[in-house]
Design a protein around this ligand. Structure first.
Ligand code: ASP
Ligand code: MG
Length: 423
């Protein structure tokens, strides 16, 4: 008998029919003797629908009072899900009880729309489990120190589930979703992409931050911090498939590096079209310049990703960085109005049509020549690299957006990722 946390995404909860399937699956685990805590998302499309209603009444809801109401509103999607799932379980004769985040409580800070979990009280949940009930807890939401309902940011139910699993020291947190695991890259771009049976937590962290949308990045950070064993698997297998088979399916996110030693050097190719590049040209090359450029950008709460400063020629240099595409116009305006006059740079330029493609693998730590294989592959396809950034376990390149799919396909092939991983 083990304590297991299941998380079901919006698609898995998308209709009463699907909720019944979730209940059948959960019931199977209960009948096998496990204690179950289930964290569902809102029914698919529901959070968008609620936020669109809000927009009709207040197009720019960004003041603190409005943000509070947006969270109170958005959190109702999950409230519906937990109630329906508890009923579906009870209808099958499985004792179940549902709780909103505030009832557990899941305590968060007061950053409405992107709250962070501070603590989870396990008393009530453990008592219910001991009494033989399945406990169903809303994803995505919590309660701040003043008792206001908060939400954790879009996709936040993943983080709720992992946090609940950490608090309860669950044996495993199973994330049931509409894909059957984590792939070497997006199968919509590379049909030969393979499902990974395991991926290290560090690789998953890179994949999530580099644009692979399987898990909310904060859930991966949480899993790493508290070492929560995490598995991503399909909720579309028949609910009555063999439990042992189901428990081994999908992709396991591991913490043991040794297991990976024999595996491919590169585990996956991630990409991201959401970035834009800006450059400040002809900046005087003297101490403090990077701060003079990036300080105002940071003060405006704009996140910066890849940064490049060139070697200077006759005392001047070029400085480029990438930002989220949504922040592009704001960043350009800020560079023109503040940075240009303050630094005495010659001009600013920008390009919102770029993409970032990255190779990820913990094997890169101990293998040389990985980056050069990447660069050779791109040069063979005549793709120009605009920026490069590296960490211990990834190399990213910034490219013209029109080359993205070509680059991903070529790299996937060059690193032999279309071969099923040896087990
Ligand atoms: N329902 C929320 C959203 O759509 C949270 C989640 O699904 O994880 O973002
Ligand atoms: Mg999700």
């Amino acid at each position: 008998m083990a304590l297991i946390v299941h998380k079901y995404g919006g698609t898995s909860m998308g209709s009463t029919e699907r909720i019944r399937n979730v209940a059948l699956r959960v019931a199977k685990w209960v009948r096998a003797g496990h204690q179950l805590v289930v964290v569902p998302s809102a029914m698919s499309g529901e959070t968008n629908r609620l936020l669109a209603l809000a927009k009709e009444l207040m197009p720019q809801a960004d003041g603190p009072e409005a943000l509070r109401e947006l969270d109170a509103l958005a959190a109702t999607g999950e409230q519906v899900s937990v109630g329906l799932l508890a009923l579906a379980l009870q209808a099958q004769g499985v004792p179940a009880v549902s709780y909103g985040g505030w009832q557990v409580p899941i305590r968060t800070d007061s950053a409405f729309g992107k709250a962070r979990i501070d603590s989870i009280d396990d008393t009530r949940v453990l008592a219910d489990l001991a009494a033989g009930r399945v406990v169903i807890i809303t994803g995505f939401q919590g309660m701040d120190p003043d008792g206001h309902v908060t939400t954790l940011g879009r996709g936040g139910s993943d983080t709720s589930a992992v946090a609940v699993a950490a608090a309860l020291k669950a044996h495993e947190c199973l994330i049931y979703t509409d894909v059957d695991g984590v792939y070497t890259t997006d199968p919509r771009i590379v049909p030969e992409a393979q499902r990974l049976t395991t991926i290290s937590f560090e690789e998953m962290l890179e994949m999530a931050s580099l644009g692979s949308k399987v898990l909310q990045i904060r859930s991966v950070e949480f899993a790493g911090k508290y070492r929560v064993p995490l598995r991503v698997l399909s909720s579309f297998t028949p609910p009555d498939i063999d439990l042992d088979e189901e428990a081994r399916s999908g992709t396991l996110i591991t913490f043991e590096e040794d297991e990976k030693m024999e595996r491919a050097v590169v585990s996956g190719i991630a990409f991201n079209r959401d970035e834009a590049k800006v450059s400040v040209l002809g900046v005087p090359d003297k101490p403090g310049i990077a701060y003079q450029i990036l300080g105002p950008v940071a003060d405006a709460n704009i996140d910066i990703d890849v940064i490049i400063q060139n070697v200077s020629h006759s005392g001047r240099t070029d400085f480029s960085f990438t930002v989220h595409r949504n922040d592009y116009a704001r960043t350009m305006a800020l560079l023109q109005s503040q940075v240009l006059p303050a630094t005495g740079a010659e001009s600013v330029s920008g390009d919102p049509k770029i993409c970032k493609v990255s190779i990820v693998g913990i094997g890169m730590r101990s293998h040389v020549g990985v980056a050069s294989t990447m660069f050779r592959t791109l040069s063979e396809e005549s793709i120009n690299i605009q920026m490069i950034s590296t960490s211990e376990i990834k190399t990213s390149v910034v490219l013209d957006e029109k080359y993205m799919e070509l680059a991903v396909r070529a790299l996937h092939k060059a690193f032999g990722l279309e071969q099923p991983a040896a087990v």
